[in-house]
Design a protein around this ligand. Structure first.
Ligand SMILES: Cc1cc2nc3c(=O)[nH]c(=O)nc-3n(C[C@H](O)[C@H](O)[C@H](O)COP(=O)(O)O)c2cc1C
Length: 133
């Protein structure tokens, strides 16, 4: 069974560029290895992460991430079983979105999803659009 979890959080004070670079590197490497697809967006000091994959993998990863002291104010927005993944073919399966170019790429991809008429996931698409606009 596939599971999708989405949350927002705030970066902790004191986190520096190199910490983030390391975090993004580990995240992308581990998630591709574990076949967890999705996104990690950093914008204005806030994270939005979307994790999609096998239920036990996603739950286990989310449990670990929640304990990470590089962020706080973790608010879960979506936790649902799903029939398909939205991001498995986007940016090698797990995208780190941390600059203007990647934000614009993501906007185009979300527009494409809308054209593909994925009504079931419109709520999620709007959520992502609001976070990155
Ligand atoms: C906002 C945020 C998102 C994270 N997302 C992931 C993730 O998707 N995958 C991952 O492996 N680690 C992620 N991490 C890092 C994990 O909390 C953890 O440090 C990392 O997986 C290494 O775990 P280990 O010490 O058990 O090897 C995230 C951390 C933060 C602060």
């Amino acid at each position: 069974m596939l599971q999708t979890i989405c949350y927002v959080s705030s970066t902790n004070y004191g986190i520096v560029y190199n910490d983030l670079r390391h975090l993004f590197h580990i995240t992308k490497r581990n998630n591709i290895h574990l076949n967890v697809s999705g996104l990690l967006i950093l914008k204005n000091g806030n994270f939005l992460q979307l994790l999609e994959g096998e239920k036990q993998d996603v739950n286990k990863m989310y449990k670990k991430i929640r304990k990470d002291n590089r962020h706080h104010n973790i608010i879960q927005i979506i936790n649902t079983s799903s029939r398909e993944r939205l991001f498995e073919n986007y940016d090698t399966g797990f995208a780190i979105v941390n600059n203007r170019r990647k934000l614009n790429q993501l906007k185009s991809y979300l527009n494409w999803l809308k054209v593909a008429d994925m009504k079931r996931v419109n709520k999620l698409i709007h959520l992502l659009e609001n976070f990155i606009k």
